[in-house]
Design a protein around this ligand. Structure first.
Ligand SMILES: *Cc1c(COP(=O)(O)O)cnc(C)c1O
Length: 223
């Protein structure tokens, strides 16, 4: 993985420190996260609040780990999410932003937030429309306990990484327009294209951990 990232940043004339690797550990047990941490990974992405709540107690001693929520968050889980995650990458409504602010204020902490943007109707249901960004930014600016770091998107799935490029490019244009620093885009299949288009955060699951265990099988590692 490091080789792929190194090659991509070099080809884009960027530096390795411009890009944070978030290891997507959904469906993998705490043991996998622990092993990746031992190998030097510090940022982890999880999709489901409840799933991570169950793993988190086994990971409390990983002092330098940063956990990112990268799956859709319902407002009624904002409080729990705020107690588990360092970064919420999927803020997509004013209501959710306000709930996260309340939760972060109640805990007396600062929470990093990215706005999830939906750039086409083909994409998953979650995500705010680009036209909603000004209102969301306005709401976030009033939130003393949130730090709005940037934008996140997930293009429609495709085998061809070039199909992701227009989405990544559009997200980069929006981030520039609104002077937001972070661009969370790029997964196992298209991380090179994402880095070329300016990704500062890539979210990598399969290429690090292998294929995800199927839902009907146990999530406990075989060995
Ligand atoms: C699962 C997931 C990833 C990782 O996908 P891979 O193709 O396994 O690298 C990244 N981002 C989000 C939002 C995901 O749900």
């Amino acid at each position: 993985m490091e080789e792929r990232i190194a090659r991509a940043v070099k080809q884009s004339g960027r530096s390795r420190s411009d890009v944070t690797l978030v290891a997507v550990s959904k469906k993998f047990s705490a043991a996998y996260i622990r092993a990746a941490y031992a190998a030097g990974i510090r940022d982890f992405g999880e999709n489901y609040v409840q799933e991570f709540a169950e793993k988190q107690t086994a990971l409390a001693d990983l002092g330098e780990a940063r956990f990112h929520l990268i799956g859709h968050l319902q407002s009624n889980k904002a409080r729990l999410a705020c107690s588990l995650f360092d970064v919420v990458q999927t803020a997509d409504s004013i209501r959710l932003i306000e709930r996260l602010q309340d939760a972060a204020a109640a805990r007396g902490r600062l929470l990093d937030v990215l706005l999830e943007i939906k750039l086409s109707p083909e994409q998953a249901k979650a995500g705010a429309a680009p036209d909603d960004i000004p209102q969301l930014l306005g709401a976030a600016q009033k939130c003393t306990h949130l730090r709005l770091r940037g934008l996140m998107t997930m293009p429609p799935w495709s085998e061809d990484p070039e199909h992701s490029r227009p989405y990544f490019r559009k997200l980069a244009v929006l981030a520039r327009q609104y002077q937001l620093r972070d661009l969370s885009m790029g997964m196992s299949g298209d991380l090179e294209v994402a880095i070329e288009e300016g990704a500062t955060i890539i979210r990598i699951g399969t290429a690090l951990f292998g294929p995800r265990p199927k839902p009907q099988t146990s999530t406990i590692p075989a060995a």
